[in-house]
Each structure stands twice: as C-alpha cells, then as structure tokens.
Design a protein around this ligand. Structure first.
Ligand code: SF4
Length: 97
C-alpha cells in the first residue's frame, strides 16, 4: 500500500520533549508522540470528533483519556476533518464580529 504523501514529513510531526507535560497522554509510544496538535483541532466537533471524549456533568468535554491527535499516524485523519471544523465554527459563530 502506498504511503500518504505527508508520511515522514517534518510538517506532519513535531515533538517538544522539553515540555513539562511530555508525554501528556498515555497510549502512544514516545518516539511516535506527535505534539503538533497539542490543542486538539477536533475539540469543536463535540462528541463526533472520532476520539474518546468524556462529558462531565457540567457539560465540559474531557479529553484526558484520548490520544488520537498525538499518534503520528493520525495526521491525515486530523487534517482530513478541516471541512467539518470550518462548518462547526460557522454554525457556532452566527454573529458577525
Ligand atoms: S483529544 Fe480526542 S476526544 Fe478530545 S477533541 Fe481531540 S480527538 Fe476528540
């Protein structure tokens, strides 16, 4: 099977091992731990993000147990959701600023 064009590219992978929280989530090998999407772009998609969120009683979405954006192999999945992110942002921002 052909590798995706982003595989092995520097723009698709970044690590900051100096970060006080590295690695901030469990479930991904340290060498494959991608910090590029530190603040997950999929957060705005609510329960349809494709990850493993938990919703607290107060409605806050808790991503503590999710490692989806930190897996180097998920770069294509995350960037493949940008049309959905744009639509979600448009729907959430009906008032012009
Ligand atoms: S970190 Fe995981 S659960 Fe949280 S928004 Fe991203 S994909 Fe969804």
């Amino acid at each position: 099977m052909k590798e995706p064009r982003w595989k092995g590219k520097h723009y698709a992978f970044f690590q900051n091992r100096e970060c006080e929280y590295f690695p901030c989530h469990e479930g991904v090998a340290e060498d494959a731990f991608n910090c590029l999407f530190c603040y997950c772009p999929l957060y705005v998609l609510g329960g349809e993000c494709g990850g493993n969120p938990v919703f607290r009683e107060n409605g806050i979405k808790d991503c503590t147990n999710c490692s989806l954006p930190h897996d180097a192999d998920h770069y294509g999945y995350v960037t493949g959701q940008f049309d959905r992110i744009r639509e979600a942002m448009r729907d959430n921002d009906s008032e012009p600023r």
